[in-house]
Every structure is written in structure tokens, then in C-alpha cells.
Design a protein around this ligand. Structure first.
Ligand SMILES: Nc1ncnc2c1ncn2[C@@H]1O[C@H](COP(=O)(O)OP(=O)(O)OP(=O)(O)O)[C@@H](O)[C@H]1O
Ligand SMILES: [Mg+2]
Length: 320
């Protein structure tokens, strides 16, 4: 549904994105994740038909965004980073105007507007002037305008930026509701956002794609070692030497003893082996109380930082 092939965008001598390629299948929700200046908005502007790439090409629903920009824009709902709203129009007037611009007429127009108002929970402010609305509500009006015309592809550039937590939850719910209905690509620099809403993640940094995968696969692939968190009623040194004797233990992080004789420590193990059962058996054989044994998984945050701070050799991406 979305295909980006070797997209490069230069502004003068500055390269904002370089050789960006990815695909988004119909019905997928994909998150474009990267820090400030990574090239998220630049990529989205190309997909939204704001400007063409310097080289490479992109298609939405089979239309080339540069050469067939009119057709491409008709199937796309685009929520830009800085949405230009008409502050002296009411919300409904504005959506009506957007519908006209998109060529949505007749019965479908009223229906689309009502649906967009409903989806973005702004029905109760439909009669208000946009200029009198709070930032969060303006943001929702911006998302509502993207929904008018039932676009097959939604491009949302930081849809939850500047919203309060309740509104963030509502927008995420809205995005999840679109699953299966349309194809969504959204950008964010917030990790929990992609975990909460996306089927796949594209991680971008300094204009280059670092990884494309599901949040859980990324987690798996990047786990260089497994870690296990333990709490055992045992002396620190005795526990450490017991664990050291087990095959497959790579390292034991210095533990600490709490006042009631409980030692808390983390061990790193061979990622291809699940050593939890062996560790539990060894502790029980030593007649210690095993209070906690837990595999620690890397959060997306850890993965993201690992990738972003890595030297610029991209890791191989499993493309869809
Ligand atoms: N019109 C422009 N002229 C010159 N440089 C630009 C232009 N637009 C973007 N850039 C530069 O390209 C790089 C990528 O910008 P982009 O807006 O795509 O980043 P982003 O990932 O969306 O960041 P943010 O999270 O801050 O929104 C940045 O270094 C930015 O300064
Ligand atoms: Mg941006």
C-alpha cells in the first residue's frame, strides 16, 4: 500500500534522508520512530506529496507520489507536523471546506464529517471557532481533517505531540480503531507510542533506516544476552559462587544484600539457552529460599538507544 524506494532528500548540500526504502502492507499500522531531526517529517512530506524526493520514488496505493501526485493525494489523509487551520472558521465549516477540497460531495460529505467529528471526539465543539480551541483540540481537528474522504492511507506526523495524557490515550485508541480499515503510518519519537499502536516499527536516525521489524522481533533480535533477575535468601558470595559453577552463565552483576539476608542480583546468560530451571534447581539444592526469578527483557527504549548510538553501519533489516 505504501512503497518507498531509495528515497533521498537534499536541502542544498544537506542530506535530510538517504536511501530510505520500506513497504507498508494494506491494513498495517506502522510507526516511524526516531529522534529529533532523524528525517521522519521529511519522509512523510514526500509520501504526502508536499515535495518530491531528490532521488528515489514512492508510491501510495499504486500511485507515484511525484508523477501522479493528484491521484496519490486523493487516497491519502495527511496530518502534517504543523497543520494549517483556519482559525476564523468553526470546526464543522473547516471540515466542510476540507471535504470540498478533497472532492467529497453529497451524502458522503455529511457522513464523513460526522464520522471524523465522532472519531476524534470533537462533536461537542463542532460549532466553535477553531481559534478559540485549546492546542489539544486543534490537534484533533487536524486529525479529523485527515480522516475526511475516507483515505485508504493515513499519514500522521506526530499525532499525539502536545496532547495531555487523556487525549494521547484517545488518539491512540482512534488509531487502533483504524486497524484493518485503512493503512496508517505515523511518526513519533515516543517509544511507548509504537508499542501501544503499531504492528511494525521503522527506526530511523540521521536520515537512514536502522531497523524495520515488529516491536517484539526487534526485542528478540537485538538481545545480545538474556538477563535474569534473582532474589534469594542467601549470602552474596555463596550465591555468586554457586551461580558461577553453572554452565551458560556469562556474567554475574554485583549483587547486594538487603537487611533481612536477601541477596538481589542479575545474571547474564547465553541468549540461546533458557537457564531459569537450572538456576532454580541449584538454589533449591543449596537449601536457600528462592524469592524471585525473572527474565529481564530489553524495553524498546533500550533497543532504540542501542541502535541510535551504534556506529553508522545499519543492521540488516527484515523487510516485509
Ligand atoms: N526545508 C528544509 N530545509 C533545510 N533543512 C531541512 C528542511 N526540512 C528539514 N530539514 C532538515 O532535515 C533534517 C530532518 O528533518 P525532519 O523534519 O525530517 O526531522 P524529524 O525526524 O521530523 O524531526 P522532529 O522529531 O524534530 O520532528 C533535519 O536536520 C532538518 O533540520
Ligand atoms: Mg518531524
Amino acid at each position: 500500500m505504501i512503497r518507498a524506494e531509495h528515497l533521498t532528500k537534499r536541502f542544498g548540500t544537506f542530506t535530510a534522508i538517504s536511501d530510505v526504502s520500506f513497504e507498508v502492507q494494506a491494513g498495517e499500522i506502522v510507526g516511524f520512530l526516531g529522534p529529533n531531526g532523524a528525517g521522519k517529517s521529511t519522509t512523510m512530506r514526500i509520501l504526502g506529496g508536499v515535495f518530491p524526493p531528490t532521488s528515489g520514488s514512492a508510491q501510495v496505493a499504486g500511485f507515484d507520489v511525484a508523477r501522479q501526485s493528484l491521484q496519490a493525494r486523493q487516497v491519502v489523509g495527511y496530518f502534517p507536523e504543523r497543520v494549517a487551520l483556519y482559525l476564523d472558521m468553526t470546526v464543522r465549516e473547516y471540515l466542510d471546506y476540507v471535504a470540498d477540497m478533497k472532492g467529497v460531495a453529497g451524502k458522503q460529505k455529511g457522513h464523513d464529517i460526522d464520522r471524523a467529528l465522532d472519531s476524534c471526539v470533537i462533536g461537542h465543539v463542532a460549532h466553535r471557532l477553531i481559534g478559540t480551541l485549546s492546542k489539544g483540540f486543534r490537534q484533533r481537528v487536524g486529525i479529523a481533517q485527515a480522516l475526511v474522504g475516507r483515505p485508504r492511507v493515513l499519514i500522521l506526523d506526530e499525532p499525539t505531540a502536545g496532547l495531555d495524557p487523556e487525549q494521547v490515550a484517545e488518539v491512540r485508541k482512534l488509531i487502533r480503531q483504524l486497524r484493518g480499515e485503512g493503512t496508517v503510518i505515523l511518526s513519533t519519537h515516543i517509544l511507548s507510542e509504537v508499542e501501544a499502536t503499531c504492528d511494525r516499527v521503522i527506526i530511523i536516525n540521521r536520515g537512514q533506516i536502522l531497523a524495520v521489524d515488529t516491536p517484539s522481533n526487534l526485542n528478540q533480535r537485538l538481545r545480545k544476552k538474556s538477563r535474569i533477575q534473582l532474589e534469594v535468601r542467601a549470602p552474596v558470595e555463596a550465591l555468586q559462587s554457586c551461580l558461577q559453577s553453572l554452565p551458560g552463565i556469562l556474567a554475574i552483576e554485583p549483587g547486594y544484600a538487603t537487611s533481612d539476608g536477601v541477596t538481589s542480583l542479575t545474571v547474564s546468560t547465553d541468549p540461546d539457552r533458557d537457564l531459569r530451571a537450572e538456576i532454580a534447581t541449584a538454589i533449591i539444592d543449596a537449601r536457600w529460599d528462592l524469592l524471585e526469578l525473572r527474565a529481564v527483557t530489553l524495553s524498546l527504549e533500550d533497543i532504540f538507544l542501542t541502535l541510535v548510538h551504534r556506529p553508522p553501519t545499519p543492521i540488516p533489516s527484515v523487510q516485509h
